[in-house]
Design a protein around this ligand. Structure first.
Ligand SMILES: Cc1cc2nc3c(=O)[nH]c(=O)nc-3n(C[C@H](O)[C@H](O)[C@H](O)COP(=O)(O)O)c2cc1C
Length: 455
């Protein structure tokens, strides 16, 4: 299958999912404001801003703005996205295919030629400290094992060749940088912009620290990931990226970064305050720039939610036999809450599920377990189950704040980003509970003839 975002966009265009804004737009606020207007209407087209003030590069946004986009990337239906991710991410394909002359080799600027201001990097919200790269996937290697990682990190435009970068999710890049800094070395890194949705999704995967993420992404594609070598660093990046920024995260350098309007719907002043120095910019012929709308946008939250659902599903399947579905809802930013439905066959299984979810993902603050008749993708049903099946003194478990690793961006965490955790078992007892009202299936069928009177 094609791993090139351009082919993905061509198909989306043919299927009517793309809108073009042909008049010039300002970099400051206009792009985000329009996207937020669409968000309010629950519309998620891919939008191409063909002309952006002061830049030769068009801006494309909402490439991964809803589950349908991931469904197209994976070749499944929207309801199967998380389960497809869960099963494929385990089928790692370790080998990669090296593309010798990648499209992004078309243009290369190094040293003094580097000027990040030529890119149409938007300023998204009035609270932001400045323009931010939001779709940049930072690629680096573990100085110990050599395992490759790539992940989204917000980057503040600070100079012609300087970006502020925050590693606040405290995962692989954070740890690899820490290992590198401990050796007194900068961490060589590259930022890729404009990649296929499977690469964006796979970049979020929870992978052991000594294993590469490219193997997981290969699993999503069902074939080796196509990569190309960097020019100034011993790194390989996805071969069909639109734009590649090569450089390094500087050891022993910290500079104020932020505030930035985050996907929690709050401005965040917390940051690891790292600095990325850009040594080279490479880009394709007619390259476009991908912007992910920050703030509480579907494009940011959907990728977070799908990965979480898939990785929690995998963790639950390890120990529990009858898990039905997992949902990380938009209302909790795709990150903080997790609804699990299951067919309980022994008391205690919901608690098992709660601990498994907390163990696999430190971002989760609340897990709700419901019976299999409750649709976890319908929050009204989840709340109904809480209202009618839960007695709080029995069904709620609270892990105190000083014990839980939390999310730096969560404004309710303490100064060390610690968070309490709450597990809720809202399942019925195995026997002796009130029968749920059901409609007789045959009568329902028969009554369908009466619906014409209701029109
Ligand atoms: C749009 C988007 C922006 C993100 N921004 C950041 C960020 O600024 N800093 C960070 O540490 N994690 C951020 N994350 C989460 C990381 O990308 C994610 O945890 C990833 O798996 C980390 O990669 P790593 O394991 O290589 O560190 C973001 C995720 C998304 C979807």
């Amino acid at each position: 299958m094609s791993q090139d975002l351009r082919d993905f966009l061509k198909k989306a265009e043919a299927n009517g999912f793309v809108r073009h804004v042909s008049e010039e737009v300002k970099r400051e606020y206009e792009i985000t404001t329009l996207m937020m207007d669409l968000e309010k209407e629950q519309r998620h087209p891919i939008v191409c801003f063909d002309q952006v003030e002061g830049s030769a590069f068009p801006v494309v946004t909402n490439v991964i703005g809803c589950r349908e986009r991931f469904a197209e990337g994976l070749g499944v239906g929207p309801a199967e996205v998380a389960s497809a991710y869960a099963s494929r991410i385990k089928n790692r394909i370790e080998e990669v295919e090296v593309v010798e002359n990648p499209p992004f080799a078309a243009h290369c600027l190094q040293g003094d030629e580097v000027n990040l201001y030529d890119l149409p990097i938007p300023t998204h919200f009035p609270i932001d400290a400045g323009p931010y790269v939001t779709s940049g996937l930072c690629v680096a290697k573990d100085p110990e094992s050599g395992a490759e990682t790539l992940g989204f990190h917000r980057m503040q435009l600070k100079g012609k060749n300087k970006l502020g970068i925050s590693l606040h999710s405290r995962q692989r890049l954070w740890e690899y940088f820490r290992r590198s800094e401990e050796r007194g070395e900068n961490l060589k890194a590259a930022i890729v912009i404009g990649v296929h949705p499977n690469i964006s999704l796979g970049s979020m995967a929870l992978v052991p620290y000594d294993q590469g993420k490219y193997g997981a992404i290969g699993g999503l594609f069902g074939e080796p990931l196509k990569v190309a070598n960097c020019l100034t660093a011993d790194l390989r990046v996805p071969a069909y990226a639109e734009i590649v920024l090569e450089g390094e995260i500087l050891a022993e350098v910290r500079e104020k970064e932020g505030p930035f309007a985050e996907f929690t719907n709050y401005a965040c002043f917390r940051s690891t305050e790292n600095v990325f120095q850009v040594n080279a910019i490479r880009y394709r012929e007619k390259a476009f720039y991908h912007d992910i709308t920050p703030g509480m946008s579907s494009e940011h939250i959907t990728v977070v939610a799908v990965q979480r659902e898939g990785d929690v599903l995998n963790a639950l399947h390890q120990t529990l036999p009858n898990i039905k579905a997992v949902h990380a809802p938009f209302s909790a930013c795709g990150l903080f809450h997790c609804y699990i439905s299951m067919k309980k066959i022994a008391e205690g299984q919901p608690q098992q599920a709660i601990y498994a979810a907390f163990a696999v993902d430190h971002n989760i603050k609340m897990v709700v377990v419901v019976d299999e008749d409750v649709d976890v993708f319908n929050e009204a049903e989840v709340l109904w189950a809480l209202a009618t099946r839960l007695q709080a003194d029995k069904g709620v478990t609270i892990l105190p704040q000083h014990l839980g690793m939390g999310v730096t961006l969560d404004p309710s965490t303490d100064e060390l980003s610690r968070s309490s955790k709450m597990g809720i078992d809202a399942t019925k007892p195995l026997a002796g509970f009130a029968p749920k009202i059901e409609i007789d299936a045959e009568v329902e069928q028969a009554v369908s003839r009466l619906h014409k009177y209701m029109k």
